[in-house]
Design a protein around this ligand. Sequence first.
Ligand code: E4P
Length: 219
Amino acid sequence: MKFFIDTANLEQIKEAQSLGILDGVTTNPSLMAKEGISGKENILQHYLNICNIVEGPVSAEVISTDYEGMIKEGEELAALHPQIVVKIPIIKDGIKAIKYFSSKSIPTNCTLVFSVGQALLAAKAGATYVSPFIGRLDDISSDGVDLIRKIYEMYDFYGFETQILAASIRHTMHIIQSMEAGADVATCPLSAILGLLKHPLTDSGLETFLKDFNKVNNK
Ligand code: E4P
C-alpha cells in the first residue's frame, strides 16, 4: 500500500519525505489556499517546489468546470513536471477530460468521489486514480470505508486498472481500515501517518530496555 501526504505545506511534506516512506502528494484548492498560495505563477511554482521534495506523483487540481478549460489547465499542469497528476472532479465534463488525458497517457486523479457509480465512470474513462472521500462520508453518518470495499470489489471483478486512492482520511484508523478494504493508496495528514507509530507497549518496552542498559553500563 502506498502513502501519499494530503497537504500543500512544504515543511510537512519534507518531514514525511524524511521518514523515507512517502510515495506521493495530493493537494486541492482548499489546501493551497490554506498555505496562502494565490495567483497562477505562485501556484505553478508551488507545485514545482513540491515535485522537487518528493519523488512520486503530485496531484494538482484543475479549477475549471468546463471541458475546454479543464483540458487547457490540465495540459499546462502536466507540462510543468513529469510527476504531476491532473486532478479532476467527477462531473460530466470531468469524465470527458479524464478520457482525453487517458488517451494522451497523462495521469489523472478523479476526485470528489462519493459513490460506486461515480467510481465506475472514473474507471471507464481511464482515470489513473479514483479518490473516494471517506471522512466526508463519515461526517454525514455514511460509511466511507464501506465505499472503498465496494469499489475494490467492483474493480477487482471487472479488472479495472484504476487505483483506489483513499482520501479525506481523518485519523490513523482510517488508514488501517482503507488498507483492509483494498485501497491501493491512502492520502493522509501527517498526523495520521505519525499515529501509526504509536503503541503504549512500544513506549514502555523501550523505556525498560534503556533502563536495563543503563543499570549495567552507567553504574
Ligand atoms: C483528496 O485528494 C483531498 O485533497 C482530501 O483528502 C480532502 O480531504 P478533506 O475532507 O479532509 O478536506
